[in-house]
Design a protein around this ligand. Structure first.
Ligand code: GLU
Length: 296
């Protein structure tokens, strides 16, 4: 679909593996403010393509928390669980131009970084069950500029000669789904946590193979606990208290090095209006600068 080059479309794309916590609020808030500051559209996409990792009811809780924090999105939420046909079309397109191969490596015989051991792509038909991988030519290098992290250069072909786009268990891989959906939703800038920076080269390579536009990227620092581990449900990050939305938003703004809105602003919506007007990624640190005490 042709896009108006001047219109900004951003998105927040949570996986429903648990409720929102302060770390995920920071990513949601950064993408919201970046979009609203430019007068753009802000979409929410629920990345529910990995049922074994998901928590029942988490999608609903995430959406409720976003609303409670005044982070109101545009249009309907896109659920990746409804997008199988689009992912199959993309896999067909990759297969037709000869970029896919079946791989039946097990964890025990995989190569470095989870790559294929190297023999599967020569054996033709795999013995089921097998994953589908995209082959990356050895000379492939991906360069891009990140608004916060600066110039990035990845020797993708040397570092990761292939990567999975459909898993052995038949589930679509995050790398494939995110590229297909960012294109379909017309996303012009991806604002997300810096833990996903290393996925970006794979996504740009897939965009190139599929003829998709490459959006701009802004990877904001992720919150970590006292030991440098990402603040996450696995590391006992407490769920956001939706009744303390203004305090949560103020903490997230502090972490993103944004000016604090006046203390008289006492609703999430009023606070967000002020934060939207003053939004600037200029002073944002590239890596974590706020350690929280380790829990449990
Ligand atoms: N669903 C991913 C996550 O929750 C984020 C994907 C993205 O922003 O590209 O970590």
């Amino acid at each position: 679909m042709p896009r108006d080059a001047t219109s900004y479309v951003g998105r927040f794309a949570p996986s429903p593996t648990g409720p929102l916590h302060l770390g995920s609020l920071i990513a949601a808030l950064a993408s919201f403010l970046a979009a609203r500051h430019r007068g753009g559209t802000w979409l929410v996409r629920m990345e529910d393509i990995d049922p074994p990792r998901e928590e029942p009811g988490a999608s609903g809780r995430i959406l409720h928390s976003l609303q409670a924090h005044g982070l109101h999105w545009d249009g309907p939420v896109l659920y990746q669980s409804t997008r199988g046909a689009a992912y199959d079309t993309a896999l067909d397109a990759l297969g037709r131009v000869g970029h896919l191969f079946s791989c039946d490596c097990t964890r025990a015989n995989m190569g470095p970084g989870g790559s294929c051991c190297g023999t599967c792509r020569n054996t033709g038909a795999a013995t089921a069950p097998s994953a589908l991988r995209v082959a990356v030519p050895a000379a492939c290098r991906i360069d891009f500029d990140d608004v916060v992290q600066g110039a990035q250069s990845c020797a993708l072909g040397r570092e990761l000669p292939d990567f999975i786009v459909r898993r052995k268990d038949g589930l679509y891989a995050y790398q494939l789904a995110v590229v297909v959906d960012d294109e379909q939703q017309g996303i012009t800038e991806i604002v997300r946590g810096s833990d996903l920076l290393e996925s970006t080269a794979r996504q740009i390579y897939l965009q190139q193979l599929l003829g998709c536009r490459t959006p701009d990227y802004m990877h904001v620092p992720v919150l970590t606990d006292g030991q440098g581990r990402k603040f996450s449900k696995q590391n006992h990050a407490p769920p956001l208290d939706d009744t303390a939305a203004c305090d949560n938003l103020r903490s997230a703004l502090h972490f993103l090095r944004q000016p604090q809105p006046g203390s008289d602003l006492d609703t999430p919506e009023r606070l967000l209006r002020a934060a939207t007007a003053s939004w600037s990624p200029r002073h944002m640190p590239q890596s974590l600068s706020l350690d929280l005490p380790s829990r449990g």
